[in-house]
Design a protein around this ligand. Sequence first.
Ligand code: F6R
Length: 615
Amino acid sequence: MCGIVGYIGYREAYPIVIKGLKRLEYRGYDSAGVMIYDGESIKLSKTKGKVADLEERASKEITTNGTIGIGHTRWATHGVPNDVNSHPHLSNSGDLVIIHNGIIENYAPLKVELIKRGYVFHSDTDTEVLVNLIEEVQKKENIKLGKAVQIALNQVVGAYAIAVFDKKNPDEIVAARLGSPLAIGIGEGEYFIASDASPFIEYTSNAVYLEDGEMAVIRLHKEMKVRKIKDDSLVNPIIQELQMNLEQIEKGGYDHFMLKEIYEQPSVIKDTYRGRLHANEGIIQMAGVEDNLEKFLNADRIIIVACGTSWHAGLVAEYIFEEFARISVEVEYASEFRYRNPIINSKDVVIAISQSGETADTMAAIKLAKEQGAFVFGVCNVVGSSISRETHAGAYTHAGPEIGVASTKAFTTQITVLTMIALRLAKAKGTLSQSDFHMYLQELELIPEKVREALETNDKAKEIAETFKDAPNCLYLGRGYNFPVALEGALKLKEISYIHAEGYPAAEMKHGPIALIDEQMPVVVIAPKQGHYDKIVSNIQEIKSRSGRIIAVVTKGDTQVRELADYVIEIPETSDALSPLITTIPLQLLSYHIAVLRGCNVDQPRNLAKSVTVE
Ligand code: F6R
């Protein structure tokens, strides 16, 4: 969590750092800060609040220009969000400045030691301990910043992406990473440092992504040196060409990134299957699957590990894999899996799903599965992310940057990838009839158009949002393939509108949650024509008899549910297995409009951050 930005070159650093922080604000937004070195002194400005608040404050506090700067947007871990705990942090001498994304787990004993040696701490952060530890090493050994950072990091336990500046040697920035992402943009006579490449996309398309355990000494007018933190060995950094463009990371006329990303789904789902799905020829192929087909075919079971929305996509995949490919699937919260001594063996295939590719718990689950001999396959969106590199093979979702904190297009593209894998395995195993296999391929190809149609429910979703925007609670019900969609619908609502919402398998209602139903309780029921339609109609009747207010997502032309529901949202028909790709669309729109009407910050909901790089 947290976003870090740095610049060293010939341009004015302040606007680059501030613009970069705005692009990284999705990573954390409870406080922000900036440091500019103007050739003589360090100018620092930091504040609780968003980058816009920082800009206002910095306009008064940073009055000189400089071509070196670093900045930070925070998601608090140690210490409440306030001005003092905001980064950058200064060392006691005032010479060293640091920004940090991650957690220093052993900060407490280090702090005690430093206090004994006379250091004074102003904040409650682990980061201020790290910068003073670096200073202490530097003083004791009388060495340059790079070496001091390296020695200090070897004493540290935890995760970090850091950038450190030393006023005594002002033509360099030292950056390092372990467990938190760090990209370095390489321009002509200038370098950029950031948590992802978005802050420097308009300046250079060349970037080096530091690997875990690497540090870089970035000197003005010199070649950057990358080393292993542990043993000091030099690394030849691989310069990658960036795939992102500016348009992708801007709002493009939409009020919020979330809405833009909801509307991108028809095109990004197409991007997901482009070149992989050839419905007319009956071909479905993904390099990562083809190269490891035997592993999938010989698997005793598939274990899916993920968090949040990605976990919901995993649940949908469980239904799909078991039905199409007849492989037993277990879906695990990565955070539970990693700590519960799970039974894993070399005939297991583990699929890790992650939009960001940086989620700490998912990463730890992958490492555990690898240690125990499983083959690990990644389904990630961010190209070159830590998870995409840590897994043995994988398939990207190609959804493009997802900036709204609430996941939307990541969910549908993950399901698309997982469906394609299941279909490929079904073909190899002969577990689907030829005609069903072809039918699913054709149906999948039609999904983008059907998503486009489903987006036409926007006005209806807005109208319903007006009615229910003040509801304190909401229930979401679905069955079969649409049970995970109910969970996802509830998550979307609670995370962006702060309305308490629960998703349930519709039939579980009578085992408890039905007690919640009264005339105040909105119940969103996902009831497409296929699947367990009759059963869900009965569930709707049970809600109706208890005066619940029913919002039903139904297939176009449905008459039966219409008679029972207070509101219906009609979506185009598709097969049961693919229906989550469509039914989820009006639920995304409904949450969006409710959050907007409640005046919530849709793209940056409170307490959240886009990539959860701490456990
Ligand atoms: C919810 C949401 C989160 C993420 C979760 C996993 O809208 O975005 O629940 O799905 O933090 O993130 P990734 O997929 O990046 O591993």
